[in-house]
Design a protein around this ligand. Structure first.
Ligand code: TXA
Ligand code: MG
Length: 311
């Protein structure tokens, strides 16, 4: 089908009503969550999910997170052991995604989970995503609303710049609060494992492409990701020739993630400033040192992938 022009509507009752109509008609729509903007479609409709992959240019082996309104809805789609349930009871609604064994006949399109036999579930806290879940009554598959491999969107304008003309609607709910994607854990048997660092710190062994012997457990965690279109240099204490320096704390730069050195504020601004740097006339980007502690570790992880050239 021919992609329609992209409509931008504010987050209010009529915006959500329009978004719900489109979702029920099988169209993906962009909507804010507390982490980043998501591109949401009916997870039970394979054609709708295929439109997410098409709009993003996403490899179809990379499965999607399914968003649901509450734990009861999550338990209809996946199997929770006691540890898994205790963890989500503490952190939902919020920026935590849990991978659990999928229930047979849960109605979720195989394309959503890339046929893995497991399912990634999240109860988002943002009122816009919550309202869309309620208005559609469907589980919503939603990756970040950006072209595959690019910087995640924390503002509606980022979505329009990346996917404009490819999706029908963007709901504008302002800048997202957390600014980086949810923490992902796996509870698929044995102990809980950490698949992606994020806003919620979980004390569990990290399984990634460097530590996993069975290949990549979260298939989206490729070495190159979140990539701006320009070379990126990390741990920079001053700008070299032609660099747009993203500062932190006392390293001032062209802009600053947090002048007071607050890591939570830095997380909320990271992708935003990467977008600003990417659009600046300077041909290269550098980023000040970020301490490897707390949510800083998740930020360093994102920056490492952003700095890795794609193969
Ligand atoms: O904060 C977020 O999580 C945002 C908002 C929109 O909710 N979504 C998001 O989705 O970041 P996405 O598609 O950009 O990242 C989803 C990650 C990918 O790395 C994917 O490989 C992994 O979740 N994933 C999904 N299902 C999985 C599964 N069954 N097993 C392992 N990893 C899975
Ligand atoms: Mg993403």
């Amino acid at each position: 089908m021919t992609p329609p022009d992209t409509l931008l509507l504010p987050f209010d009752d009529s915006g959500i009503a329009r978004a719900a109509e489109l979702v029920l008609a099988g169209e993906p729509v962009a909507v804010p969550t507390e982490t980043v903007y998501g591109l949401a479609a009916d997870a039970t409709n394979a054609a709708a999910v295929a439109r997410i992959y098409a709009a993003k240019g996403r490899p179809s082996f990379n499965p999607l997170i399914v968003h649901v309104p509450d734990l009861a809805a999550a338990e209809r789609l996946g199997v929770f052991n006691d540890d898994a349930r205790a963890l989500v009871e503490t952190h939902w609604p919020g920026p935590l995604t849990i991978v659990v064994p999928a229930r047979a006949d849960n109605g979720i399109a195989a394309l959503t989970t890339a046929g893995l036999g497991t399912i990634a579930l999240r109860v988002p806290a943002h009122p816009a995503m919550q309202a869309l879940l309620e208005a559609t009554g469907r589980p919503l598959a939603a990756p970040s609303a950006n072209a595959s491999g690019r910087i995640s969107p924390t503002r509606a304008a980022h979505v329009v710049a990346s996917l404009g003309g490819k999706i029908a609607l963007v709901i504008d709910g302002g800048a997202t609060e957390r600014g980086i994607e949810s923490t992902i854990v796996a509870a698929t048997g044995g102990e809980i494992r950490l698949l992606r660092r994020g806003p919620i710190e979980i004390d569990a062994p990290l399984i990634d492409s460097k530590t996993s012997s069975e290949g990549i457990e979260a298939p989206g965690m490729m070495a190159s990701h979140y990539a701006p279109s320009k070379p990126l240099r990390l741990d920079a204490t001053e700008a070299r020739d032609g660099e747009y320096l993203i500062g932190f704390g006392k390293v001032a730069g062209d802009s600053n993630l947090s002048e007071s050195g607050d890591l939570t504020q830095a997380a909320a601004r990271l992708f935003d400033l990467l977008h600003v740097a990417d659009e600046s006339p300077k041909p290269r980007i550098s980023v000040a040192p970020i301490p490897d502690e707390g949510i800083g570790t998740a930020l360093r992880d994102r920056l490492q992938r952003a700095a890795t050239p794609s193969a």
